[in-house]
Write a protein that binds this ligand. Sequence first.
Ligand code: SF4
Length: 209
Amino acid sequence: MKIADITSFITCPRLAYFRIHFGEDRPSEYHAAREIFLSLRKGLGYEWAYERFTSLYPGSDEVFRDAASKFIYSKELEKIEPQDWEVFFESERLGLRGVVDEVTKSNEFVVLMVKKSGEGFTFRERMRLAAVSIVSGMESGYAYYAFDGVLRRYSASRRDKYNVLRILEKLRRIEKGFLPERKESERCKSCEYKESCETKPSTFLSRFF
Ligand code: SF4
C-alpha cells in the first residue's frame, strides 16, 4: 500500500479502488511542483527540474510551465537544513510504503503540497502527514505549500495515527477486491475513472463499508 492510496481513499473510496487496481501515473501540476521543489532545494534550478519532469512525462511542457509560473520559493525554507531527498521508507509490519520528499538535518520530514485550503490542515493533509510520520519513524516535520509559499509545521498526534490505521484496514479490503459504494460528488466531473465507475454497480454489502 502506498501513502498516496490513503489520500485517494479520503477523496473517494472508489477512487482508491480504481487507482490500486488500474492506476496509472498522470502528469499534474503537483508532480511538476515537486520536481521544482527538489531541484531548487538541491541547488540545481528550474532547468534541471524541467529535464526530470519531461523525461518522466514527455510532452507535458505546458503542465510544467503552469506549475513553474505559480511556484513560490519562501525564505522560510532557508531556515531548514536538508539532509537528503526522495527517501524511500517502508513498514513491513503495516504493509505501507512511501517516499519522503526531504529529510532534514534535525531528523524531520518535509512534504510538498500545492495549495493550502485554510488556516489549519485538512483531514486529508493530516492523514498524509501522519502516514509519512508512521512509515518514516519521524514524529514531526513540515508541509510546504508551493503555490502559496507557506511552510507549516506538523506533529503527529495519537488520534491522527489511529485514523491512518483505520483507513489502512479499509484499504486492505479494497486491495483484496472489495468495491466501495459509488459516492456522487463534485470530484466525479473530473474523475479519470468516471466511465468505469458508472458501469460498475454498487453491491448491497458496499453500503456497510
Ligand atoms: S467517478 Fe466519482 S464515485 Fe466514481 S471513483 Fe470517481 S470520484 Fe469516486
